[in-house]
Design a protein around this ligand. Structure first.
Ligand code: HEM
Length: 330
């Protein structure tokens, strides 16, 4: 059931169908930043990214627009999950008696999650922590600010792309073949800063031998994806941000190349991968196309603080403040 739901409802098709929501919310964010730009002041990009991501999650998870207020999510999730659970329970019951389904209440992300677990707390937790997309965008922008020549290179590519296709062009997986450097930049960010550094815990039902180590059955195993991405036996100059390393390889983050596993792999691979990366590419392409970016307070690129905050997910410890300068197509 879980497999069916995740492959159907968080599938590429579903993610494509959620595109208008994404585009609209990203558009609003660009307008907001545009309004701030020109004054020469810095914006708190971290806060804005988390706000827009909450907005997109709210609209896709609950199928409706909710007010964006500081602590809006937990309460709304509680109410929505309870309602959906009640609906599932009564429907199951009514359907047994031949009642028709209420088709005003479309399936949304909460239905997908409820299909895999009936545990209210688990569903709430996944909705609250599952969206690592703003973290990925935060790290990408940070690395690009630290490496101005890479920033210039990726902006050149993105601007060439949009100047040719028009501002409203949509960046989807199919078009990423044209944005090879942007894709490499994102892969390199996922390698150095996988937002979920560790896998969820698992236990094997049988004793197995891995690389000569015997792992007894029922041992709790946690995989360190962060360490894999920086393993010097797989990566040259593992701590350097070098997107070019991906230009001539097929190494991808989808779970088949074991040296790069920001979404995990196998049966427990992240079901939100398509959804998450769609948000990442949409935000990044727009931020890079529409604005040039400067560090505030004469901070030099090499001095940008890159400390990590270790919690459920690894985000920046300090918010990223940047000065936006609008870009005008020639
Ligand atoms: C850039 C964004 C994201 C990243 C980097 C990410 C990464 C991950 C990772 C590493 C895991 C653990 C895999 C393992 O245990 O080996 C995971 C699990 C999971 N993710 Fe994501 N995720 C992202 C976005 C999302 C989104 C948007 C959703 C939901 C809409 C989501 C839902 C889940 C769920 C439900 C699991 C648990 C799967 C299971 O235990 O079988 N994730 N994610």
């Amino acid at each position: 059931m879980k497999k069916l739901c995740t492959t159907e409802l968080l599938s590429e098709k579903r993610v494509r169908s959620l595109r208008p929501v994404r585009e609209e919310e990203v558009g609003k964010l660009m307008k907001l930043i545009g309004g701030e730009a020109g004054g020469g002041g810095a914006v708190n990009l971290s806060r804005l990214l988390f706000a827009v991501s909450n907005m997109i999650t709210s609209r896709t998870a609950f199928g409706t627009i909710r007010e964006l207020e500081g602590s809006f999510l937990p309460g709304i999730i509680d109410e929505h999950v309870s309602r959906k659970r009640r609906r599932r329970e009564t429907e199951d019951h009514d359907m047994a008696e031949g009642a028709e389904e209420d088709d005003n209440d479309d399936d949304d992300l909460v239905d997908v999650l409820l299909a895999s677990t009936n545990n209210h707390v688990e569903v709430k937790a996944v909705i609250l922590v599952s969206d690592s997309s703003p973290i990925a965008v935060e790290w990408t922008m940070s690395e690009l600010m630290k490496n101005p020549e890479k920033m210039e290179k990726v902006q050149r590519e993105v601007r060439h792309f949009f100047d040719k296709r028009g501002e409203g062009a949509v960046v989807d997986e199919a078009l990423l073949n044209e944005l090879k450097y942007l894709k490499s930049v994102v892969k390199e960010t996922f390698r150095l800063h996988p937002p979920a550094a560790l896998s969820l815990p698992r236990e094997g039902p049988e004793t197995v031998v891995v690389n000569g180590y015997q792992i007894p059955s029922r041992t709790r195993v946690i995989v360190n994806y962060w360490a894999i991405g920086r393993d010097p036996s797989h990566w040259t100059q593992p701590n350097q941000f070098i997107p070019e390393r991906f230009l001539d390889t097929c190494i991808d983050y989808r779970g088949f190349d074991f040296q790069l596993l920001p979404f995990g792999s196998g049966r427990r691979v992240c079901p939100g991968m398509n959804y998450g990366t769609a948000v990442v590419y949409s935000l990044l392409a727009n931020l890079l196309y529409r604005f040039n970016w400067e560090l505030p307070n004469q901070i030099k690129p090499q001095d940008l603080d890159m400390s990590e905050n270790f919690g459920g997910a690894i985000s920046r410890k300090k918010n990223l403040y940047l000065i936006p300068i609008p870009y005008h197509a020639p």
